[in-house]
Write a protein that binds this ligand. Sequence first.
Ligand SMILES: Nc1ncnc2c1ncn2[C@@H]1O[C@H](COP(=O)(O)OP(=O)(O)OP(=O)(O)O)[C@@H](O)[C@H]1O
Length: 250
Amino acid sequence: MESNNKTAPVLELKDLQKSFGENHVLNGFNLKLYKGENLVVMGKSGSGKSVMIKCLVGLIEADSGSIRIKDHDITKLGQNELDILRTEIGFLFQGSALYDSMTVRENLEFPLRRHKKMLELKGNTESLVVEALTNVGLADAIDLMPAELSGGMQRRVALARALILKPKIILYDEPTTGLDPITAKEIIQLMRTIQDTYNTSSLIITHDVDCARVISNRMILLVDGINYAEGTYQELIASQDPKVQAFFKN
Ligand SMILES: Nc1ncnc2c1ncn2[C@@H]1O[C@H](COP(=O)(O)OP(=O)(O)OP(=O)(O)O)[C@@H](O)[C@H]1O
């Protein structure tokens, strides 16, 4: 089902195709992410969710199809334009992927340093680091090392790092994987708060049905390499289609 939001999508994948030899992973996958929404993409293990997100961030090249972010076809952008566009996108990848040998502060300063010149950030980046950490409830952890943090705290720091450039779009790849149910709930709650605070549009890849129920405004089910079914959680859970029902069984 198409969203009621009739404005132009902030991110759009059109007819995306990607094969590895005879393994046709994406067979014409379509996706539209609208401003301010949390869009969840669910798919079974091996269905191509990671391949889709890797195409989206340029880690692998799609065989065909188009990827538009804020009305730019990213396959046609030069390196400089791509770098500018990337500052508007935050990523939270599987696991937390913090640098073990850096403090929390240094981990957060990292994306700032990378983009400092382009963003014309003036001297002191401390206030941005403190603001991002405060928004994930971890201002006190600024001088700790990742090893001194629990799994949930590490995920929060990774989220703060994704937020530090105040991105308009956030991509979450399995944000609750590896967390116990209570910590997973806290992270989901935090993602909702972030949507409210920063007015971000989020694309969330997960196979956590509970996460999808709580966080999604809309969902896409990736089956057989296509956007097989779309709708709200309530619409999809009521579907009589066995392939859709399979997602919601236990
Ligand atoms: N670099 C690659 N080379 C060859 N095949 C690949 C490559 N990357 C992914 N694949 C294949 O693409 C298919 C989809 O993999 P993908 O990692 O996207 O699944 P997924 O939906 O993210 O699964 P999971 O939920 O388990 O992470 C799999 O069959 C996988 O073996």
